[in-house]
Design a protein around this ligand. Structure first.
Ligand code: ADP
Length: 859
């Protein structure tokens, strides 16, 4: 293929073309543009210059031709006149010789002269003058010949005035003199003759044997000479005139009308009138023809056309420059769009109206793994359609072509060239050309595999979350704090409170049965950053909803909602069942407490009976004594009053015991109040004292002074103390402890513990037998008793009472080495938080409270 090109060198023209093309290719585009504009401009200017030159050349040519013609004509005229004059002169010389040699007569001369004049109209007359200048004969064409005429002529010439014509004789005489002197034919200066016609004379001397014998005078009319000598074809072309020595025109072939001035000739040529040598000049005149005007019009038309062409070229150039700018902008725009398309991660595919692929961008190729050439000009089914989904793709594609694709895009599976699949989303939009006509469809494709996976995960987790929330027995609701709008409510919430925010409000702000949230907690949050708000703890509240007759455990929490708003989340758990159980347990506990007190009193019945027996016996004795002494009149009034007062005191004492027992066993609602430990201890010791005295057990009581008040139910605490004292006394009595160990110590002291804070501790210490190990571990179990008739509910009840007062209870043996020397039961009660009357602990003062009746007191 290459060989022929190498073998045959390119033709010179094609080589030049090649060089030109190379050179052109080397030029920058802007330079190419400039050259493309300048070249025609230059050629137009060159053309204009050539035309101008051609016109100038033609004009010059024409002028020189005209000059040439003028010269030729003028020379012809000069030649003709010269021939004329020379011929005449020779004729006259011949006549002069004949006059001299043959001595002809004037008459003969006239005949000859007539013959001479006949053929020469330019010669007005011919005179023969003798040596003295006298006229011998004359002959003229107009007046004929005659000697007598000579005088008239002589006379005639003499009358001419001296101004101009005054030179007539002088010019004539000067010629005569010259002819005489030089013996040569002589031409005179021109002058106007008597007719007013410009003439000049030729004087030919007559030499007779060497002597001057006269002269022949021939007068030429200048006008006639011009007309007869110069050929008509010359005068037709160029006016010819004869000038004087001072260049003033004397005669011309053209005669102007009177008062009309002839146009100045554009060119003249002056030649001497030979052989006259009298200073006369022959002038040929030339006039430019109308060709100049025609040439001018053409020239200006060419100039105008060239100017138009130049203007058009400049306009074209400007237009081209504008076009080039637009083209540049377009190229930039195209490059930008191309770069954008290439860097884009979205695949783009264009199809024509029949579904043929007309364009794919690099991202589309990268996504599918097919090259551009694989995809261009293909018709469906496309190679990237998964083989098992061709039908589905075809259906979607038909939708696309009919323009029914959903605006939100279509999700499809796409198969890469390597066989792997990915999820894609397609968006279809019509391709509109600049004329507004649709030429096809543009489809964009995005890989959504990852997005889909995340979305699936999200929706799954959302589903799980919803399922959990919806399945919860608790009501969950979220309320926006500012707008009070219910943002979320789960199934339980909707079931109980409907779909509005009232339920939330009710639970969050309604009457709480037991609330620990200070009301100003929410207010205190104003101004806090939301991050901190969400940290605000969840305070549980128990709320009773009247309309539902249900109890809820309500926990609220502030959080930032998904849109950034501050919201309150509320979780309300149904605790109605628990509350019922608790209430029942409470009621049962109360019943148990009362029962326990009744049991205690039942157990103390014999002691109480014994206790009551004493005042009753005393009353009986007093009454019997009074009766017998009244019967015997052995009593005066004072003694009687004193005896009755003693009787009343005993009755009062019995009444007090009964009142106290009644107060203790009375079934009353548990109620807390500010109570003094001292009062409680006194009441308990007074009641327990009945039993202690019967069992011959001593008690020592120590209550620290200035104790803070307690917020307790005094009867219940009294019950606890009674129980502990009774157990201690029973243990001592049952173990038949010797007298030195038959005592109990009751102490009430303030105490500060790290986990309970400031509390008051009650302790009952006995010197009894103590407890076995297994007893200690089961001590607080209900119905645990080591006694044959014991119920075993005392201690368990005591502990629940103490714990319901937020106190603690414990029991321990007391040892001396390894020997048990008794046991100690202690419980604590928290101090009343309401401002106490006096809280400073006073120096402890031991107080020995023995039985009120010293008679019954055991020692
Ligand atoms: P009950 O008195 O009806 O047996 P309690 O619950 O009051 O029931 O007492 C349970 C048991 O604890 C008693 O049976 C007894 O064995 C033991 N106990 C209680 N107090 C003492 C004490 N001070 N010394 C020794 N054992 C005691």
């Amino acid at each position: 293929m290459q060989a022929p090109r190498d073998v045959f060198p390119p033709l010179p023209s094609s080589r030049l073309n090649l060089l030109l093309q190379r050179w052109w290719g080397r030029q920058s585009p802007s330079r190419q543009d400039r050259l493309a504009t300048l070249a025609p401009l230059t050629s137009v200017l060159l053309f204009l210059a050539a035309i101008t030159f051609a016109f100038w050349y033609l004009r010059n040519e024409e002028v020189s031709r005209a000059e040439e013609s003028l010269r030729r004509d003028t020379e012809v005229a000069q030649q003709e006149i010269r021939l004329h004059l020379v011929d005449n002169q020779e004729q006259l010389l011949r006549i002069a010789r004949e006059v001299a040699t043959r001595a002809i007569t004037p008459e003969q001369f006239v005949t000859q002269a007539a013959g001479f004049l006949q053929a020469r109209p330019a010669v007005r007359y011919l005179n023969w003058l003798n040596a003295k200048g006298e006229l011998r004969a004359t002959q003229s064409l107009q007046s004929g010949a005659g000697l007598e005429d000579a005088t008239a002529i002589e006379h005639g010439t003499a009358v001419v005035d001296g101004d101009g014509p005054a030179s007539v004789p002088q010019a004539s005489e000067a010629a005569l003199e010259a002819a005489r002197a030089m013996r040569q034919p002589t031409y005179s200066r021109p002058f106007r003759n008597v007719d007013g016609v410009w003439v000049f004379q030729l004087q030919v001397p007559i030499i007779d044997r060497g002597a001057f014998a006269g002269v022949l005078v021939a007068e030429y009319g200048l006008d006639t000479l011009l007309r007869t000598a110069v050929p008509a074809e010359v005068t037709v072309r160029h006016p010819v005139s004869i000038l004087d020595v001072d260049f003033s025109p004397l005669v011309s072939t053209v005669t102007n009308l009177p008062g009309q001035r002839s146009a100045p000739p554009s060119m003249t040529l002056d030649l001497p009138l030979t052989p006259a040598a009298n200073g006369l000049m022959l002038r040929g005149q030339g006039y430019r023809t109308t060709a100049g005007l025609v040439g001018n019009t053409l020239f200006w038309m060419v100039v105008a056309l060239s100017a138009l062409t130049v203007w058009t070229l400049l306009a074209t150039w400007r237009h081209m420059r504008r076009r080039a700018q637009i083209q540049n902008a377009l190229i930039n725009e195209t490059n930008f769009r191309r770069a954008m398309e290439n860097s884009m991660l979205t695949g783009m595919r264009a199809t024509d109206m029949d579904g043929r692929v007309t364009y794919v961008n690099p991202a589309f190729c990268a996504m599918t793994g097919y090259s551009e050439s694989d995809l261009l000009d293909t018709l469906p089914p496309f190679p990237y359609w998964p083989s098992d989904r061709v039908d589905e793709h075809m259906r979607i594609f038909q939708q696309e072509l009919q323009g029914r694709s959903p605006a939100g895009g279509i999700e499809v599976k796409v198969q890469r060239k390597d066989g792997s699949n990915f999820d894609a989303r397609l968006y279809v939009s019509p391709l509109i050309d600049p004329r507004g006509q649709q030429t096809g469809w543009m489809t964009s494709m995005t890989n959504i595999t990852e997005a889909k996976r995340i979305r699936d995960q999200l929706s799954a987790s959302h589903e799980r979350f919803t399922t959990v929330l919806e399945g919860l027995d608790a009501a969950v609701s979220v309320l926006s704090v500012q707008q009070g709008e219910l943002l979320f409510a789960n199934r339980s919430y909707r079931l109980w409170f409907g779909a509005d925010a009232r339920g939330h409000d009710l639970l969050a702000n309604g009457d709480a049965a037991y609330t620990e949230v200070p009301e100003d907690d929410v207010d205190a949050m104003s101004g806090l950053p939301t991050q901190e708000l969400t940290e605000v703890g969840t305070h549980p509240r128990e709320v009773y909803v009247e309309s539902l007759q249900m109890w809820f455990d309500v926990r609220t929490r502030y959080l930032q909602w998904t849109d950034g708003r501050l919201a309150q989340m509320l979780i309300a758990t149904d605790i109605t069942a628990r509350r019922r159980v608790e209430e029942q347990a409470q009621q049962q506990a109360e019943r148990a407490q009362v029962t326990s007190r009744l049991v205690t009193m039942g157990e103390m019945a014999s002691s109480v009976a014994h206790e009551l027996n004493q005042p009753l016996t005393a009353i009986t004795n007093y009454c019997n004594g009074i009766v017998s002494r009244v019967r015997n009149n052995a009593i005066n009034t004072e003694e009687l009053v004193a005896a009755l007062q003693k009787t009343a005191r005993q009755a009062e004492r019995a009444g007090q015991v009964i009142h106290r027992i009644r107060a203790f066993v009375k079934k009353s609602e548990p109620q807390r109040q500010a109570a003094k430990a001292q009062d409680i201890v006194e009441d308990a010791v007074e009641l327990a004292g009945i039993e202690l005295r019967r069992r011959k057990v001593a008690i020592h009581t120590y209550v620290a002074q200035r104790l803070p008040l307690l917020r307790v139910d005094p009867i219940l605490i009294e019950q606890v103390l009674m129980n502990l004292l009774k157990n201690a006394a029973e243990a001592i009595d049952t173990a038949q402890m010797p007298a030195e160990r038959r005592h109990i110590e009751l102490q009430v002291v303030p105490r500060q513990s790290p986990d309970e804070g400031s509390v008051i501790e009650f302790s009952v210490t006995d010197a009894g037998p103590g407890m076995r190990e297994e007893v200690i571990t089961r001590l607080f179990e209900a119905f645990f008793s080591t006694k044959a008739e014991g119920l075993g509910i005392g201690l368990s009840l005591c502990r629940s009472i103490i714990e319901s007062h937020h106190g603690r209870m414990r029991a321990e043996n007391l040892y001396n080495g390894s020997t048990v020397i008794g046991c100690r039961f202690a419980f604590t009660l928290p101090v009343d938080q309401t401002p106490p009357a006096d809280r400073l602990p006073a120096p402890a003062v031991p107080k020995d409270v023995s039985a009120s009746n010293p008679n019954a007191a055991a020692s």
